[in-house]
Structures are given as C-alpha cells and as structure tokens.
Design a protein around this ligand. Structure first.
Ligand code: B12
Ligand code: SF4
Length: 460
C-alpha cells in the first residue's frame, strides 16, 4: 500500500536544511510512499488526509511555534499518534509534547532498525538525506555549496550546559564518512564544501583515520573544485583541551576553514591560547570562536575573552572571528534567560553593540575597542547606555550620549546602586524617573524614557 506522508518543518528561520526529515523522506521514497514536504503552516496541505505526518523540531526556544505547528496538522491524521515528532526539542521535551498533543515522539537518533516501521531493517540515520525534497518549498535554505555530515556521533563528556548527552547518548568515534559523502555526490553532484556537525571530533580515537578519509574525499589542504577553494568546517568547534601538536598537524592536512575553537570559560585561557598558537604555527590562520556568555561568566570576563582574540590577531597575524553565543538553559521555551552575573539591560546592550557592528566582533584592535570599549569597565558602561546611543553612537556621542556619560561618571555609590536597580530590567517607567532620589538620577534615567517616546522600544 502506498502511504501518504507529510513532512513538516515549523516556520522558524533555519539556515540548515532539516536533515532528519530529509532522511525520513529518503526512507519513505525507498518504500514507494508518496512524500510531500512543507515549511510552516501550509493551507494546501490541510486539504488532504495523511497516513502519517512528521514534524521536525530544533531549539527548545522555538517551543511556541513548534507546538502551534503540531496542533495545526493534528486533525489531518486518523489518530494523534500518527503524527510523529522528533529532533532536538522533541528529544529534550518529549514527555510534555506527548501530554499536550498525544503525538508520537521519537527521542534521540533514528539509528536503530524498525523505529519508523517495525517490519523494516533500514537504519534511517545511515541513509543519504533527500536533498530533492527541498525543491517542494519556496524557502531558501543556506549552505547550498556544502554537504552536511557527521564523522562521529555523541561525545564522551557530559558538560552541564550541553544537551548532547541526551540527544546522542552513545559516543561513536568513527562513521563511514566516505560512503556518506560519495553517495551524496553520486545523487546530487559535487559541492565544494563540507560541514561536519560532530560534537567533539578531537575525542575520537580514529581522528587520523577521519583526516585520511577527508583527504581521500578531495578535501586536502589547498584543494579546489574547479576554480573554487574547498573548505571543511567542523561547525560545532574543536575542544582546545584535546588539541595536541600531533592532532593539529593532522588537522592542517585538510582544508579546514575556519578552525573553530570553543572558548566557553576564562579558566581555559592558557589552553585556548596555546591552541591558537599551535594553529598559527601550522599555518591555519582563519579561526572562529564561539564565546559563551550569560552562563556563569561576568560581563568583564566575556569582554576579556573577546579582547584576547584581538590581541592574538595583532601578535600572530591570525584572523580570529569571535561569535558571542548567549547561553540558554536546556529546557528554555524562549530566549529570555538571564545569567546570574548579567541583567536584561546588559544582554540588550550586547545585542545593540552587535547591531551596530552588523553582528561582527572586530578582528582589529581599534575597531574592537571602538565598539566594545577599551576595558571591561568601559564595556559595561557602553552596554548600560540607552539602545539608540549604542546603535547610533556617532550620531549621539557629542550631545545626548555625552550628557548621559557625564552623569554616569559622577554617580555616587548609592546613586549607582539605585540607577542599576532601575535600568537593569531594561524597562524604565516614567514614574521611576519622577520618584528617583536625586536630580542627577532623574536626569540620567530620563534618557531611557525619551528613547521609548521616540519609538525605540527597549526590549529585554
Ligand atoms: C548544527 C547545530 C547548530 C548550527 C545550526 C543548526 C540548525 N539546524 O540551524 C549552529 C552552529 C548555527 C547552531 C547554533 C546554535 N545552537 Co546548536 N546545535 C547544532 C547540533 C550539533 C545539531 C543540530 C542539527 O541541526 N541537527 C540536525 C538534526 C535534525 O539532525 P540529526 O540529529 O542528525 O537528526 C536525527 C534525530 O534528531 C532525528 N530527527 C531529526 N529530526 C526529526 C524529525 C522527526 C519527525 C523524527 C521522528 C526524528 C527526527 O533523526 C535524525 C537521524 O538520526 C546540535 C547538537 C546535536 N548534536 O544535536 C546543537 C544544539 C541543537 N544547539 C544548541 C544551541 C544551544 C545552539 C545555540 C543557541 C548556541 C548559542 N548559545 O547561541 C545557537 C542558536 C542559533 C540560533 N538559530 O539561534 C543546543 C540546543 C539546546 C536547546 N535548548 O534547544 C544543542 C542541542 C547543542 C547543545 N550544546 O546542547 N547549532
Ligand atoms: S565537550 Fe562539547 S559536546 Fe561534549 S558534552 Fe561538553 S559541550 Fe557538549
């Protein structure tokens, strides 16, 4: 019997194509089923009945839109259990989704036979993803010049802020990468780049074998496809603690660009710095760096980690691009979490600085210091300013922002405490200005209210 299968990715923005659904599509097409893929709430898909619907999930902070999507399609199947949910959020919040919707939720990977149909021996995760299904939607996914894959799964560590231990509990140090990529090339043609989503590739005992595979696949250092240079991106970052000289030597055999080194904790500074120096020594100068903040760190500590990259660039001639990554708890249903040493105002401040620099943390010292300040104290001061003064710094620096700064610098200890209490929550009410205890406080707080009247709403 030919079954009618509907695959749905909720309407959240996603640069990466939905790999899980693409593998499920390949599985059903092999069985001869009819497969349709839609993005978001699709009115036309509602005009049919379906034998099974699959809804993919990603980040837990997409909770609202994902549940809305499940509910939108739920009455198009015979029984709610014929709507299947899987992926990251599905795995992390399985019980709640089941209870709320009655859907079938698959936790973790589709790495065992019989998970989608008890009579099937196929391992869905091992199938080449069906890229052709993406043509059924108008939505433009990114990374069209790259194939996505995994050379390992899981991670032997269990860091508190990371969901990998739940999503991929078993560490598998070697997967047949060559087979994965060769079948994709055969089906869809060669692509210049390769994105590997391994959680912790350096933890693999077969690391050298993986590098050999990459070289055999044509991703050796300096490799080209036609006239284009090829790149391999280990997009989850590599663990600086595991980056020995030998491993760096291996990494430098392939066209790794950028090399991402995680810098989550300032306690790791010496290890991180050693990693960057090793990369530079082996001629890997394009680096990229996830800088976790809003976790247990302070704003000053975050600033210092960003600044270290700029100083290393200056000294070693490297190009280290920092990517600030705001920490979110693993069960967060939105992005409003505020770390112990942060406040909504400071987090909004970081966002405004990044808006002003179009999301980039400068790799050059002067550009960086102009945006983030010359030290941790100035960084904090910038982040506390009203949004508009940060985003359009040039426009305001000689008038309103200069007035703000004059008062900010003169705040007494008790005024400063009162000021921070009011602005920290990132919403200043008119009444808080009038009831402030000194003239200076009233003046400085009024800058935040004026901004709101100008139509620029401060959000946390
Ligand atoms: C690649 C990746 C990214 C990419 C983008 C991913 C994307 N699609 O947009 C980048 C690098 C940009 C990224 C960024 C971030 N990420 Co990320 N990322 C990942 C990673 C490694 C893989 C996620 C992915 O896309 N997988 C592709 C999936 C669909 O494929 P798969 O796993 O092979 O799918 C299998 C199963 O899941 C299942 N399946 C999948 N879909 C479906 C559907 C159905 C119906 C069924 C039945 C089964 C099923 O079957 C598949 C085959 O076995 C995960 C960690 C992990 N190992 O999962 C973290 C992860 C998802 N990221 C995480 C986080 C925190 C982030 C950031 C918020 C970090 C930050 N602080 O800024 C940012 C957010 C960016 C944003 N958009 O706002 C957390 C999420 C935690 C949470 N609360 O949701 C994770 C889990 C990592 C972690 N440290 O815990 N990330
Ligand atoms: S080492 Fe990385 S992937 Fe492994 S548990 Fe820690 S954060 Fe997650």
């Amino acid at each position: 019997m030919v079954r009618r299968i509907l695959l749905v990715e909720p309407g959240f923005r996603n640069k990466y194509p939905p790999l899980g659904l693409m593998k499920i599509s390949a599985y059903h097409k092999r069985r001869g089923d009819y497969v349709r893929f839609v993005k978001g709430l699709d009115a036309e898909a509602r005009t049919s009945r379906w034998d099974r619907i699959y809804v993919s999930t990603l980040f837990t902070f997409n909770w609202g839109v994902t549940i809305k999507t499940i509910n939108f399609y739920l009455d198009l199947v015979r029984d709610p259990a014929d709507l299947w949910v899987g992926g990251v959020m599905g795995t992390l919040m399985a019980a709640e989704i089941r209870q709320l919707t009655g859907a079938t939720v698959i936790e973790g990977l589709l790495d065992r036979p019989g998970q989608l149909d008890s009579n099937s021996k196929v391992i869905v995760d091992a199938l080449p993803p069906d890229y052709s299904m993406l043509d059924m939607v108008d939505y433009e996914y990114g990374l069209q010049d790259a194939y996505l894959g995994y050379a390992t799964r899981g991670c032997p560590n269990k860091c508190g802020f990371c969901a990998v231990r739940t999503i991929e509990p078993e560490f598998i140090g070697y997967l047949p990468l060559k087979r994965q990529i060769r079948s994709l090339e055969m089906l869809y043609g060669e692509r210049p780049n390769l994105v590997l989503m391994d959680n912790n590739i350096l933890a693999s005992d077969s690391f050298e074998q993986i590098i050999d595979d990459l070289v055999e696949l044509g991703f050796e250092r300096g490799a080209r496809l036609g006239r284009r240079l090829r790149h391999v991106d280990f997009n989850q970052g590599t663990d600086a603690r595991l980056l020995t000289e030998e491993r760096m030597k291996q990494l430098a055999r392939v066209a790794v660009r950028p090399l991402r080194l995680a810098f989550d904790d300032s306690k790791l500074t010496p290890i991180y710095e050693k990693g960057v120096r090793l990369a530079a020594k082996y001629g890997v100068g394009q680096l990229s760096n996830y800088v976790l903040y809003n976790y247990k760190d302070t704003p000053e500590d975050f600033y210092d980690r960003l600044r270290l990259n700029v100083l290393l660039n200056q000294e070693l001639g490297t190009h280290i691009y920092s990517f600030p990554m705001k920490y979110m708890p693993l069960d967060a249903k939105d992005r409003s979490h505020v770390g112990t040493n942060w406040s909504p105002r400071l987090l909004r401040g970081v966002q405004c600085i990044l808006l002003a620099t179009r999301g980039k943390v400068g790799t050059h010292r002067d550009f960086f210091e102009a945006a983030f300040g010359v030290d941790g104290a100035e960084f904090r001061q910038i982040a506390l300013m009203p949004d508009d003064y940060i985003i359009h710094r040039r426009l305001h620096e000689t008038n309103s922002a200069a007035d703000w700064l004059r008062d900010y610098r003169k705040l007494t200890k008790s005024e400063s405490a009162e000021f921070l209490e009011v602005v920290s929550k990132n919403r200043v009410a008119e009444s808080e200005v009038t009831s402030a205890s000194t003239a200076r406080l009233k003046r400085i707080l009024s800058h935040y209210v004026r901004r709101r009247e100008d139509g620029i709403v401060s959000t946390s």
